[in-house]
Ligand binder design. Structure first.
Ligand SMILES: [Zn+2]
Length: 138
């Protein structure tokens, strides 16, 4: 099992199982991210939720209503810089093509997840980069 140590981004966002509340950040291999979607009348796929859950019992407890579909990916996959980038780009591509949409809540959940996993993916920011980020965005 890989030992994931987050870089210091001053970002301590916790990824919690939506079912039991367990913190998943340091144990991504034990969790899935469940993405629930449906097809709109115009045929576009619309994600309605993006939910981290423990594999096994918690995952099985997350039932999807009959008019929805679900897909999932391994949370640990998102800790790979290549898969992380692919996920960001595929979301952007789907939105650009108009083939995939997110509800407000689903997009917020995806952004929260990308933000929470970023410290495990990216290198340490230099002090100069942190200061510049804080100057620009805080
Ligand atoms: Zn759980």
């Amino acid at each position: 099992m890989t030992n994931y140590k987050p870089n210091n981004f001053d970002n301590e966002t916790k990824i919690r199982c939506a079912c039991c509340g367990k913190i998943l950040n340091e144990r991504p291999g034990m969790a899935n991210v469940k993405m629930v979607y449906h097809f709109r009348e115009d045929g576009t796929k619309e994600y309605v939720s993006v939910t981290p859950v423990c594999k096994g019992i918690c995952d099985e407890r997350m039932q999807v209503s009959h008019d929805m579909y679900d897909g999932w990916f391994d949370l640990e996959d998102l800790y790979s810089p290549l898969i992380y980038m692919d996920k960001v780009l595929s979301i952007m591509s789907g939105m650009q093509r108009g083939t995939a949409r997110f509800t407000y809540d689903a997009m917020q959940a995806m952004k929260d997840l990308l933000y929470a996993t970023a410290p495990y993916v990216f290198r340490d920011a230099t002090d100069k980069e942190k200061a510049e980020y804080n100057r620009l965005f805080r």
